[in-house]
Design a protein around this ligand. Structure first.
Ligand SMILES: *[C@@H]1O[C@H](CO)[C@@H](O)[C@H](O)[C@H]1NC(C)=O
Ligand SMILES: *[C@@H]1O[C@H](CO)[C@@H](O)[C@H](O)[C@H]1NC(C)=O
Ligand SMILES: *[C@@H]1O[C@H](CO)[C@@H](O)[C@H](O)[C@H]1NC(C)=O
Ligand SMILES: *[C@@H]1O[C@H](CO)[C@@H](O)[C@H](O)[C@H]1NC(C)=O
Ligand SMILES: *[C@@H]1O[C@H](CO)[C@@H](O)[C@H](O)[C@H]1NC(C)=O
Length: 481
């Protein structure tokens, strides 16, 4: 009698075993998924602001740093000094300040007597950052810097530092440059947490206040970096907290100083674009392709090359993405293009070759205009000149693109950057001047200044040795006809 009972127990046992193994496998799979994704447990900084209830009536201000010793007619242009703008953001901060910057060098750790007053602004800003903790404001900094003295000092004053190992992820740097304050106000532009950005270097950016609709999306870019802390791979599954809210096809509809605008955030490199996030290079394409009458570009460097280190030697490849968009706009659509490029010690001599090639497009064509100028301060340029015009933007008749990268292929391919696209229809701009008009005025001021030169009276090309691996182009090619 006992035997049949034992026989029915046997299959039951193995069934239970099966279920147990299956459950274990499930657990294991979930664990694996968690491990390779960024599903995160959110902390105390959740504040209930969503796409549905966010504020879209924003105030936008152009912020610039114009070095004291530059004689630019600043009167006609509407801008606020960058340092004033950043201080005003700290004034507004009630809960959190999130900062991404490629550099942390606001203070000079040397005897003050040996440095000019110009370093003061950085010092002041840094001091205020160390006081945030005592005002119950949380400071979070994402960066790819290791052993930064300033970040260590900020950490001693209660700041959190999220280290992103960029060399493991893309072999580049975290070059994004933006602030998100209380998930309501943002700053984005060329100026970084470098004392030079507040003194000796020309910078341009925007601060947008009371704009949680945009701030929550830029905050997601910040969260993306935060999630990469101490990882040496990019997760394949992303938490919803870091994917994009807006994109080229579904931008944010905002009022910027009472003027309608559509806005979205783009990032680079491609690896750093989680679901729906627009790529920087696509954003640039978007803005160039929609331009009807003019495109004004102001960048530190223009070089359609991908320069890569492979087994110790440098290899360059032609990188056509932006170059071809400009050619198409100029030749096929008759858009007037002006390019203002910095001339400094790291200007690659091939820059002139590629610019000359662009200029030659219009040689025998009616209604074709591509002009290029080089921005530098001294008449006699020398090899030691630090960059003066650090701007990285493009403004057209219908849009503004503000980015963090110089227009060099390798930048977009390896370095993490963030771009902001603002589009405004002409009809809505008739009554008042908008941010597009302000940036255009800033561009024209620089373009017509005596720092912008069409040709070089120099026998030297900057940093020649640095580019030994590249074919040396002929010098002196910008002689006017
Ligand atoms: C900060 O800037 C000074 C002056 O240009 C420079 O000597 C120093 O190396 C920089 N420090 C860092 C950490 O970049
Ligand atoms: C960054 O990643 C590289 C390559 O994986 C590794 O060698 C290095 O130790 C990492 N650095 C830190 C600080 O984790
Ligand atoms: C933002 O909005 C608040 C409340 O509506 C207002 O008090 C403040 O002045 C605004 N800030 C700016 C810079 O417009
Ligand atoms: C060139 O522009 C002028 C004025 O903008 C216009 O009248 C003319 O038709 C254009 N020519 C061509 C070839 O597009
Ligand atoms: C927006 O309004 C602020 C304050 O009223 C002003 O300072 C700023 O210049 C305006 N921006 C634009 C683009 O008109």
């Amino acid at each position: 009698m006992a035997e049949p009972a034992a026989q029915t127990q046997e299959p039951m046992k193995s069934q239970q075993k099966c279920i147990a193994i299956f459950a274990l496998l499930c657990c294991f799979a979930v664990l694996l998924a968690l491990l390779f994704s960024t599903v995160d447990v959110w902390g105390d900084d959740e504040d209930g602001i969503t796409e549905e209830n966010c504020n879209s009536q924003c105030r936008i201000v152009l912020v610039e740093n114009i070095p004291e010793d530059l004689t630019l007619s600043v009167d006609g242009t509407n801008h606020v000094p960058l340092s004033t703008g950043l201080h005003s953001l700290l004034d507004q901060a009630k809960r959190s300040v999130e900062i991404v910057s490629p550099v942390w060098n606001l203070t000079l750790w040397v005897p003050k007597t040996s440095w000019p007053n110009s370093a003061q602004q950085g010092e002041l800003l840094f001091q205020r950052m160390t006081q945030l903790k005592s005002q119950n404001v949380k400071l979070k900094v994402a960066s790819s810097l290791l052993g930064s003295v300033e970040l260590k000092k900020l950490a001693e004053h209660g700041a959190e530092h999220g280290y992103v190992n960029m060399s493991a992820l893309t072999k580049g740097g975290l070059h994004s440059n933006f602030w998100v304050v209380d998930r309501s106000h943002v700053y984005i532009g060329s100026g970084s947490m470098d004392w030079r950005s507040l003194s000796k270097r020309k910078e341009l950016g925007v601060i947008i206040y009371n704009c949680s609709c945009l701030a929550i999306d830029l905050h997601r870019v910040f969260s993306f970096y935060w999630q990469l802390q101490h990882r040496d791979y990019i997760p394949s599954i992303w938490s919803k907290r870091v994917t994009a809210i807006y994109s080229r096809d579904s931008p944010a509809y905002l009022l910027l100083n009472h003027t309608e605008a559509t806005v979205y955030v783009a990032t680079s490199p491609e690896l750093f674009c989680p679901k729906h996030r627009a790529m920087d290079i696509d954003a640039i394409q978007d803005v160039i392709q929609e331009a009807k009458s003019f495109i004004y570009i102001s960048v530190t460097d223009y070089l359609p090359l991908l320069i890569k280190t492979t087994t110790g030697s440098l290899v360059s490849r032609y990188w056509s993405s932006i170059d071809e968009m400009i050619r198409e706009a100029v030749v096929l659509r008759g858009v007037k293009v002006r390019m203002l490029i910095s001339y400094w010690k790291q200007t690659n001599p091939l820059t002139f070759t590629f610019i000359m090639s662009l200029k030659s497009l219009c040689l025998n064509m009616a209604n074709c205009s591509l002009e290029a100028k080089f921005f530098s301060s001294s008449e006699q340029m020398d090899d030691s000149q630090p960059v003066l015009n650090h701007n990285k933007y493009m403004v057209t008749d219908s849009a503004l693109y503000l980015g963090n990268h110089a227009w060099v292929g390798s930048e977009f391919a390896y370095n993490a950057g963030t771009g902001l696209v603002i589009k405004q229809k002409e009809a809505s701009r008739e009554r008042r001047s908008t941010i597009l008009d302000h940036v255009k005025a800033a561009f024209e001021r620089d373009w017509h200044s005596h720092y912008a030169k069409t040709h070089h009276a120099t026998n030297k090309t900057p940093d020649r040795n640095k580019y030994k691996h590249l074919r040396q182009p002929p010098v002196k090619m910008f002689k006017d006809k």
